[in-house]
Write a new protein. Structure first.
Length: 318
C-alpha cells in the first residue's frame, strides 16, 4: 500500500504544481502587416513568464477597410471573451480603441506617437484599460550619424502621405533640416499606380545634387523594403532607414529599434496588469534603446567610409 501511495505522489505532485502555477489567458492579436519580431518577442516573453496564451489573429494586411470588417465581425461581438487585446501600429491601435470602448484591457505596440495620434492621454497614463510601447527614435540622432559620414546639402525623403506617422515625421524632418542646414526633396509614395517604383527610378536616373535618402517608420514602405534596398544600393548616395527591414534589404545604415525586445516590454506591461497594477498607472514604455545597423555589402559596394565611433558599435548585416 505504501508503494502505491508513493507512486501516486510522484505522479500527482508535479501535476498539482503545474496546475497551481498555470496562468491561462486569451489574447486577440490585431495586426497591421502580419507577424513581426514584435509579436514574436511578445509571445516569447509571455511564455517565459509562465503564461499559457491562446491567440486569435486578425490581420489588416494594410487595409483599413479590411481590418474594419474583421473588427466588426470577429472582435466586437466577442470582446468579453478575451482577457487582452494586443495591437500593432498606429492605425490598428486607433481602430481598436474606437471599437473597444475600454471594454477589454488593451496593450498596443510599435506606435510612433501615441499621444499625437490621439490614442493616449499622456505618456504617464494612456487611459482607462490602456497602455503600451512606442518605438520612436530621435530623428535628430539619425541625421547626426549621417552628417558624421557625409556633408548633407539635399536629402531625398520618401514617404506615404496617407499614413499619419509619415506626415508627423515629415513635419519633424523639415524642422531638423532647417536646424542642420540641409534641404529636403520630397518623394510622395502612396501605395497606388506604382508611385514608389517611379520615384525610385527617378532617383536612380537623376541622383545629381542628392546627398542622402531617408526612409521613415512607414508600414507601406517597410513592406517594400526589398524593392527599396535593391534599387538604392546601386546609387552612390547615403541611404538611411528607420527600421531593420530597410537595412536588411540593402539600405546602407539605420539607427533602429529592436522590435523583439519591444514585444517583450509589451508582455511585461501585461504581466504587471495581471499582478494587480491598473493599466492606466503603467506608463507607456519609451526606452527604445536603438542600435546602429550597417549593410556591409552595400558599404563595400559603394566604398563608404564609416567613422570609427559609429562602426565600432554597429551590427553588420550582409
Amino acid at each position: 500500500m505504501k508503494k502505491v501511495l508513493c507512486i501516486l505522489l510522484i505522479f500527482l505532485s508535479p501535476i498539482g504544481a503545474i496546475s497551481a502555477n498555470t496562468k491561462e489567458i486569451r489574447v486577440a492579436m490585431v495586426l497591421w502587416r502580419g507577424m513581426t519580431d514584435a509579436e514574436l518577442g511578445f509571445q516569447q516573453a509571455l511564455s517565459d513568464l509562465g503564461y499559457i496564451a491562446h491567440y486569435t489573429f486578425l490581420n489588416g494586411e494594410q487595409s483599413r477597410a479590411g481590418l474594419a470588417t474583421q473588427l466588426r465581425t470577429e472582435l466586437v461581438p466577442y470582446l468579453n471573451d478575451y482577457d487582452y487585446i494586443y495591437s500593432f501600429g498606429t492605425t490598428a491601435t486607433q481602430m481598436v480603441k474606437v471599437i473597444n470602448h475600454a471594454t477589454t484591457p488593451h496593450i498596443f505596440n510599435i506606435v510612433t506617437d501615441p499621444v499625437g495620434a490621439g490614442i493616449a492621454n499622456s505618456i504617464e497614463s494612456a487611459g482607462d484599460k490602456l497602455s503600451g510601447v512606442t518605438h520612436r527614435i530621435s530623428l535628430d540622432s539619425q541625421f547626426e550619424n549621417a552628417q558624421k559620414i557625409k556633408k548633407l546639402g539635399k536629402v531625398a525623403f520618401f514617404f506615404n502621405p496617407r499614413e499619419k506617422n509619415s506626415e508627423s515625421i515629415r513635419t519633424e524632418l523639415l524642422v531638423i533640416a532647417k536646424q542642420r542646414n540641409f534641404e529636403i526633396q520630397e518623394f510622395r509614395s502612396p501605395p497606388v499606380k506604382h508611385m514608389l517604383e517611379k520615384n525610385l527610378k527617378q532617383l536612380r536616373e537623376h541622383p545629381e545634387s542628392i546627398d542622402a535618402v531617408y526612409f521613415p517608420l512607414d508600414s507601406y514602405l517597410v513592406s517594400e523594403a526589398s524593392l527599396i534596398g535593391q534599387s538604392i544600393k546601386m546609387i552612390d548616395i547615403l541611404s538611411i532607414g528607420a527600421l531593420k527591414e530597410y537595412v536588411s534589404g540593402g539600405v546602407l545604415l539605420g539607427l533602429v529599434p529592436d522590435y523583439f525586445n519591444l514585444g517583450r516590454e509589451a508582455a511585461t506591461i501585461l504581466d504587471s496588469h495581471m499582478k494587480g497594477e491598473a493599466l492606466s498607472n503603467i506608463p507607456i514604455y519609451t526606452k527604445t534603446n536603438p542600435k546602429v545597423l550597417i549593410n556591409e555589402t552595400t558599404r563595400k559596394l559603394l566604398d563608404v567610409n564609416i567613422p570609427a565611433d559609429i562602426f565600432s558599435s554597429a551590427t553588420l548585416l550582409n
